[in-house]
Design a protein around this ligand. Structure first.
Ligand SMILES: Cc1cc2nc3c(=O)[nH]c(=O)nc-3n(C[C@H](O)[C@H](O)[C@H](O)COP(=O)(O)OP(=O)(O)OC[C@H]3O[C@@H](n4cnc5c(N)ncnc54)[C@H](O)[C@@H]3O)c2cc1C
Length: 335
């Protein structure tokens, strides 16, 4: 088997996050000579974390310039690591940093890059990649003859590598800070007030526009809805998704579910998260929404309408009930 370089950037505390360890497990499974290339302000902690992963070499580009996500510095670091390693295959987690930087690095090296990989295996001594196209509607199995072949592995597809930490010997690659026009002055996140998107949660809780509609008493109960949903999220640690109708309403500044942003949207033009279970509430379950549930293991929905989309084969269980009442009851059970 050909040699493979695992590229990873360290977190703020110098450690390696789960997506990096998932990509490491995928890289190891190929059986070729493994190199690990680390990028970050401080990399020793991350290197020690994978000291016993069986890498023939651990290379690193480190320094203050490589702390922040930024195309110029990330691409320069990745390029230097690829050249120093000389590996034919390069595996990296599909973080926003690598997804942005690696296509340019592949071009500089005369190689190729593929994103949205979900698996890699060896067949007839050749690496075969499984990846998605067209927003995860089509799956392809493919090989490439060009090298280096860079692969961005989607998170949550492979069990992360785990093993005891050790004292790693790191080969430091000297790289002067590249010229850059971008300086990072801070981070601005959507003002959601609290963290509601939790990719590792066991449950995806989806809120639909029904939460903002007139209820049986002829009135809208937005404040009630907000409290019921937030109480449930805090108690269950579920991840929050929304239908397009609901996130659009919130984006328009309506006084509804202020913590909901477009980042929460699930569906054809939203996200396709992976969780073992999902619970949809006050959401109709139309096809453009339900396609975002492709990787949800068990699907349940609460809707007043027995003829809603979920009833038509899209959910495993449909509770025909008032979600306000059901969630109030569930929250009482959770305290
Ligand atoms: C090109 C295209 C792309 C799209 N992409 C997406 C996408 O990515 N994601 C997405 O979500 N949509 C998408 N849509 C829109 C999608 O078709 C639907 O319009 C949207 O999902 C509807 O949202 P909803 O079910 O929350 O709202 P509604 O259709 O208004 O449904 C509200 C539901 O709440 C129920 N309800 C009301 N009160 C209660 C209660 N007290 N208890 C229980 N149930 C109650 C009602 O019975 C109703 O079924 C797309 C559409 C197009 C054309």
């Amino acid at each position: 088997m050909e040699s493979i370089l695992l590229l990873a950037h360290t977190e703020a505390d110098g450690s390696l996050a789960k997506p990096a360890l998932e990509a490491l497990a995928a890289a190891k499974s190929l059986g070729g000579e493994l190199h690990i290339g680390l990028v970050g302000a401080a990399i020793q902690r991350g290197a020690d974390q994978v000291a016993n992963a069986g890498a023939a070499r651990i290379l690193a580009v480190s320094g203050e310039a490589f702390t922040q996500p930024r195309y110029a510095t990330d691409a320069a670091a990745a390029e230097a690591l690829c050249r120093a390693s000389g590996a034919a295959l390069v595996m990296a987690p599909a973080t926003s940093r690598w997804s942005r930087a690696l296509p340019g690095v592949a071009f500089r090296l005369g190689g190729r890059v593929d994103s949205h990989a979900t698996a890699i295996a060896v067949e007839n001594s050749v690496p075969v990649l499984t990846r998605w196209f067209y927003r995860q509607r089509m799956e392809a199995r493919m090989t490439r003859s060009q090298r280096p072949w860079m692969i961005l592995l989607d998170a949550g597809c492979v069990a992360p590598w785990s093993g005891p930490a050790g004292a790693a010997a790191v080969e430091s690659i000297a790289l002067p800070a590249p010229e850059t026009r971008t300086s990072v002055v801070g981070t601005r996140a959507p003002e959601t007030g609290e963290q509601t998107i939790r990719p590792d949660a066991k449950l995806l809780f989806v809120a639909g526009a029904g939460w903002t509609k007139k209820q049986a008493d002829g009135a809208v109960h937005a404040a009630d809805a907000e409290k019921l949903i937030l109480d449930f999220l805090r108690a269950s640690k579920a991840s929050l998704g929304g239908s397009k109708s609901l996130v659009d309403l919130s984006g328009e500044g309506e006084a509804v579910l202020r913590f909901m942003t477009h980042l929460n949207q699930i569906g054809q033009t939203g996200a396709t998260p992976r969780h073992p279970k999902g619970l949809s509430t006050c959401c109709h379950g139309e096809e453009p929404h339900a396609v975002g549930w492709r990787f949800i293991g068990q699907r349940r929905a609460i809707n007043l309408d027995p003829n809603c989309g979920w009833a038509r084969g899209k959910a495993d269980v449909l509770y025909v009930a008032d979600a306000f009442e059901v969630m109030r009851h569930i929250n009482a059970l959770l305290v």
